[in-house]
Design a protein around this ligand. Structure first.
Ligand code: NAD
Length: 538
């Protein structure tokens, strides 16, 4: 092509400025005539995108529009997102990304990221090497097996790594050119997708476990060979694989699982904030879980570690500060139906299959709902918590909202406004003491982008549990004291970037103190501010 360099400059999403190329740049790079004559500022371009978004009828269309902007011009995309994170995060990630994944085969336009099909076993490194850059520092990878609450979406799960990485950049400034979304296409058991002519993944059943683990192992090794400073974030893997993969790789390579560790971190932050609100120590808390699955046991484990680290309490004693209650009742030693990951949480207590009774006997300071049972925190449960606590912690963490154990309005109403509240999904505003309160949501987005930025800045070799303990503490310290009176436990999402950078700084210091950093800095806050991607044309 005659004018290839100009064409490439205009169409490279990391280099283009579109209509913001100046007259001088247009002359220098032979771009004259390839753009309309008006030279615009970045903010004028943002204005146009905002106007275009207003023309669409629904959020999936707005998602598709934003994805197209992302593919075209990264600076503009991130300028739009950072201009109003509260408005745009739900459009590029949950809840809209769930609809996008379900429709992924139908709305697919430009491919983005890397697809590694299980049929390429033995050639994973070669295929991963097809990615255009040798400097990749952050991968979000899914196998599409448990996409949000939607189940097995196979290769259509790719919307999740793409969306999640956009949050890493928007919230904490992880440079987008160093990130890579990946889907391990190991087949799908979703018959509807296999029979859909528009489905873009492998049309075969999920592979057996031996093939699966060998394939993931080949992938992890290929990442080490090609991108030695890269962190792998496992995302939306079904629990039967997520836990063993994390256990296998967490001490071997730089990786973490946000569903397990990020969730635990954000819940622990809510408990720390509640402790600040009550003027109590974490060692004075007793937490009862409704639900003893991956989320419940993951959060319980981090709470126990936090109590041990903060107060020096022996682990055995710290374990008595958490109790879990599942579909068959309280987890107690005499039960014979507990899975190995639940057994450490079996309490030395009488069997009990009534949650209210469990509250009356354990007298928890907080209850966390991770049961997926809508309405399980009913009036009796919440009033029982109000009877044994001046300020009960009530965290209905199940999502989507249709699964939440209670609404914010109920929690405020049935405790006479004394509740310290955190939900897993956004809840409508609550009328409380003549004011309208936005209930706080314990969203992982307060943790994982900051974790990513800290890992990138330090070049961490591993991601220890201490990093999540620090992130939780730092997040809680940033909740304005004025929020506590209204029962709110998390900072405003409008402040997410400033909050995330502070959390990242704190985590970086922990990684440094533990000697896990490849890079050094005298002042990690300053180093992180320097490294953070700012959406501006250079
Ligand atoms: P899971 O399937 O592993 O566990 C569910 C648990 O609930 C099981 O222990 C089950 O026995 C128990 N349960 C089911 N019905 C019950 C009943 N009637 N009474 C008591 N217990 C009952 O699921 P998970 O991965 O642990 O997730 C649980 C919920 O937490 C989901 O809704 C998920 O979306 C939510 N979650 C939220 C966040 C977040 O807000 N950041 C993160 C992770 C998970």
């Amino acid at each position: 092509m005659h004018n290839r360099p100009a064409f490439e400059l205009l169409h490279d999403p990391f280099l283009t400025k579109g209509t913001a190329f100046t007259e001088a740049e247009r002359q220098e790079h032979h771009l004259e005539g390839l753009l309309p004559p008006t030279v615009e500022t970045l903010d004028e371009q943002v204005e146009r995108v905002l106007n275009q978004l207003d023309r669409w009828d629904n959020d999936l269309e707005r998602y598709m529009h934003l994805r197209a902007v992302q593919d075209r011009n990264r600076t503009l995309f991130y300028r739009v997102l950072t201009s109003d994170p509260e408005r745009f995060l739900p459009l590029v990630y949950t809840p809209t990304v769930g609809d996008a994944c379900e429709e992924f085969g139908h709305i697919l336009t430009r491919p983005h990221g890397v697809y590694l099909p299980v049929t390429s076993q033995g050639r994973v490194k070669e295929i991963l090497g097809n990615w255009g850059s040798r400097d990749v520092r952050f991968i979000v990878v899914t196998d599409g097996s448990r996409i949000l609450g939607l189940g097995d979406l196979g290769a259509s799960g790719m919307g999740i790594p793409i969306g999640k990485l956009a949050l890493y950049t928007t919230c904490a400034g992880v440079p987008p050119e160093l990130t890579l979304p990946i889907t391990l296409d190991v087949g799908t058991d979703n018959e509807e997708f296999i029979n859909d002519p528009m489905y873009a993944g492998l049309r075969q059943k999920r592979c057996d476990d031996d093939t699966y683990y060998a394939f993931v192992d080949e992938f992890v090794q290929a990442v080490q060979d090609l991108f030695p400073e890269c962190c792998i974030q496992f995302e939306d893997f079904s629990m039967n694989h997520a836990a063993p993969l994390l256990a296998k790789y967490r001490d071997q390579v730089c990786c973490f699982n946000d569903d397990i560790q990020g969730t635990a971190g954000v819940a622990l932050a809510g408990i720390h904030a509640a402790c600040q609100a009550k003027g109590e120590s974490i060692s004075e808390q007793r937490i009862l879980f409704l639900g003893a699955g991956s989320a419940g046991t993951g959060i319980a484990e981090l709470i126990v570690e936090s109590i041990c680290v903060e107060t020096g309490m022996p682990r055995e004693e710290a374990m008595t500060h958490v109790r879990l209650f599942d579909i068959n009742g309280l987890l107690v030693r005499s039960r014979t139906d507990l899975a190995p990951f639940q057994q450490p949480f079996a309490a030395e207590a009488e069997p009990c299959d009534d949650f209210v009774e469990a509250i009356r006997s354990f007298k928890p300071t907080g209850i966390i709902g991770v049961s997926t049972v809508h309405g399980a925190f009913n009036e009796q449960v919440i009033r029982a918590m109000g009877e044994v606590n001046a300020r009960p912690l009530i965290f209905p963490y199940s999502n989507p909202t249709s699964r939440a154990e209670c609404t914010a309005q109920e929690a405020y109403e049935w405790t006479g406004g004394r509740v310290l509240f955190g939900s897993g999904t956004p809840m409508p505003p609550v009328e409380h003491k003549g004011r309208t309160i936005k209930p706080s949501q314990g969203n992982n987005v307060y943790i994982f982008p900051a974790m990513g930025m800290a890992i990138f800045a330090t070049g961490a070799r591993h991601v220890p549990q201490e990093a999540f303990l620090t992130a939780a503490k730092s997040l809680a310290e940033q909740v304005p004291v004025s929020y506590f009176e209204d029962g709110m436990l998390y900072p405003s999402r409008a402040e997410i970037r400033a909050v995330s950078l502070k959390v990242a700084g704190a985590v970086a210091r922990t990684l440094d103190e533990m000697g896990l950093n490849r890079h050094k800095a005298a002042d990690w806050d300053a180093r992180i501010a320097e490294l953070a991607f700012v959406p501006e044309y250079r």
